[in-house]
Design a protein around this ligand. Structure first.
Ligand SMILES: Nc1ncnc2c1ncn2[C@@H]1O[C@H](COP(=O)(O)OP(=O)(O)OP(=O)(O)O)[C@@H](O)[C@H]1O
Ligand SMILES: [Mg+2]
Length: 238
């Protein structure tokens, strides 16, 4: 059962083609990686799914409901998707607690408290709830950014380069932590990366993109054992 579906999505900046007829789908609970070099169009795909950019053509459906086609274009706030940006974008003047509950400020106090505690526990930062973002490490800030997003119970979690700002030693442990958070919550997730280890280790399936075109969509195992082009071969077999 396809949960999120992109069909024939194309996007241009001026005359420059950024995405060329992109189609893929995600099953409920699946973790999908989009792997590609800098400038290949990864962030643009996430921005289009979340409604921050409007494609020239194509169709996007969630649970069989159209959120984008030539006649329909849901604004970001009506899509109920959660995006975590590359720089985390935490609010520097709000403490961790306030950052996490930012998107649920309209809920009653009791519900907010329940969700806050659940999220702090999930990302293992219970002791830090009164601190401010600058008092936390990069990895901790990132977990807060994820907690803030998951607090809103999004239908889809979109992570843009979740590991790239972290130092190399931390990357592998953070990767495991984030994977376990996603697994516990069973959140349908798309994450963007230029790092093949990230993609192979975390994702159920990997979308390989080059110059705005999809080169291969496959499980990590198949990408390694059955690369469909010389580009993928070169990427994984030196
Ligand atoms: N606002 C913009 N105006 C014009 N061109 C843009 C704009 N934003 C992105 N681009 C171009 O679109 C292409 C795809 O950009 P995108 O940010 O999606 O790439 P990316 O794969 O996320 O790269 P990175 O790994 O460096 O984040 C690039 O060639 C980029 O220069
Ligand atoms: Mg990007």
């Amino acid at each position: 059962m396809e949960y999120i579906k992109l069909e024939n999505i194309s996007f241009k900046y001026g005359k420059k083609i950024i995405l060329d007829n992109i189609s893929f789908s995600i099953k409920k609970g699946e973790v999908l990686a989009i792997l590609g070099e800098s400038g290949s169009g990864k962030s643009t795909i996430l921005r289009i799914i979340s409604g921050l950019e409007t494609p020239k053509t194509g169709k996007i459906t969630i649970d069989n409901h159209i959120i984008f086609n030539k006649n329909i274009n849901f604004p970001p706030e009506k899509r109920n998707l959660g995006m975590v940006f590359q720089d985390y974008a935490l609010f520097p003047h709000l403490n961790i607690e306030k950052n996490i509950t930012f998107g649920i400020s309209h809920f009653n106090k009791k519900t907010k408290k329940i969700i806050l505690n659940k999220m702090l526990k999930l990302v293992k930062l219970e002791e830090h709830s009164k601190k401010y973002p600058h008092e936390l490490s990069g990895g901790q800030q990132q977990r807060i950014a994820i907690a803030r997003t998951l607090a809103t119970n999004p239908k889809l979690l979109l992570l843009d380069e979740p590991f790239s700002n972290l130092d190399a030693n931390l990357q592998s442990s953070i990767r495991k932590e984030i994977k376990s958070i996603i697994d516990i919550e069973k959140t349908t997730t798309i994450f963007v990366t230029h790092n093949k280890e990230d993609a192979l280790e975390i994702a159920d399936r990997v979308v390989i993109i080059k110059d705005g075109k999809i080169i291969q969509i496959d499980t990590p195992e198949n990408i390694i054992s059955n690369p469909k082009s010389s580009y993928v071969k070169h990427l994984f077999h030196y």
